[in-house]
Design a protein around this ligand. Sequence first.
Ligand code: SAM
Length: 471
Amino acid sequence: MYNPKSNKAEEFISHEEILETLAYAEANKENFELIDSIIAKAGECKGLTHREASVLLACEDEKKIQEMYALAEQIKQKLYGNRIVMFAPLYLSNYCVNGCTYCPYHAKNKTIPRKKLTQEEVKKEVIALQDMGHKRLAIEAGEDPVNNPIEYILECIKTIYSIQHKNGAIRRVNVNIAATTVENYKKLEEAGIGTYILFQETYHKESYEALHPTGPKHNYAYHTEAMDRAMQGGLDDVGLGVLFGLERYKYEFAGLLMHAEHLEAVYGVGPHTISVPRIKNADDIDASSFENGISDETFAKLCALIRLAVPYTGMIVSTRESQAVREKVLRLGVSQLSGGSRTTVGGYQEDERPNDTAQFDVSDQRTLDEVVHWLMELGYIPSFCTACYREGRTGDRFMSLCKSGQIQNCCHPNALMTLKEYLMDYAAQDTKALGEALIQAQLDGIPKEKVKEICKDRLQKIEQGIRDFRF
Ligand code: SAM
């Protein structure tokens, strides 16, 4: 029985409701009156239900699709401006007891060396990341209660936050680790993490169980209810995601939006972010053997429709995607990008890209500076901002900032100031020149005169060597 307020996975992600949604969407995919009314509703930036959004996804009319894309661009511009938040993943350990059939870290893979960073190695990785200019990390680890217990993760977080090297600092650590208990989520909250990220992989229970044949991750309900436990543990910024390619994308899209609706219905706050990873080749994983792979076109459509359906939820694209695909989806709604990523354990200290422990093959292999340069050439402002959670603007407080329209007086100057820090401390000469001109041109985008003046003053102070201003 479908019930978005239920605390049971099978009820808030109801298989029957998804099937009915897909049938409804298919039956209405040429109902242009309905489609127009859904597009008009999305234009009010109030979001769409999973049923409404599924109708748009089913629609194959090229003209309507272009309308959806145009609206996604408009919403993106209105709510996120041209800011793109930058981050990097940090792989702590590839020890894993699960049997995920798409992941090279699965326990039966005997060909990859298993590695877990010591605190000394964490420190070296963090210094390498700071020296690139990163301020925000997403830590990643396999699930292994013996090798990677919560105490290990907490120790790593403490180490990461403690490292001050030159002007560097990691100011926000997001955490992507396996589903755990309320008590452990509380500990993560106390450790001062940013977002807790956990990909559902697939919302289709039967497929989920087949794709996770062994290990604790096999338990669909425990995995699907993880965000509820995270919220109960006090983590109110949570990040959802689907690994596209495992199941039919229309099914996943409906499930993903139902998950967001569930969090909103029960906790009054939807997901902070949604990630859209696509399955990639990796050690013993052949992505082409998964028959539900999606084309670049479908991927773009999904990104645009997520932007329409949950306008206030940030959208993350990793280096699994190529430069060309990233460029396309940035326009359609993506708000966060990783750059200069290494998906190997200990990869940032290596000069070469050793692929022996990589979780997936990286498509976009450019350095962070190249990505920053490219973004600015496209007219975006790469932002290294981490202000919100440090100012206590998490969960519904963050959402009210978005909805109040005050973002331009807050996120925009924060983006400019953190970009300025990057330019001063890490950028190549030509990136610096491009960035300085961009900052000057973008100052007028701050609506409040007073905020603009403070921002100008702080930009000067950054030139003088002072760091870490924020609104
Ligand atoms: N082990 C943790 C868990 O269970 O959620 C941490 C996450 S794992 C390090 C990060 C994510 O990478 C997974 O949730 C999965 O969606 C994705 N992933 C795994 N194998 C992949 C592959 N071959 N290609 C692309 N993404 C992959």
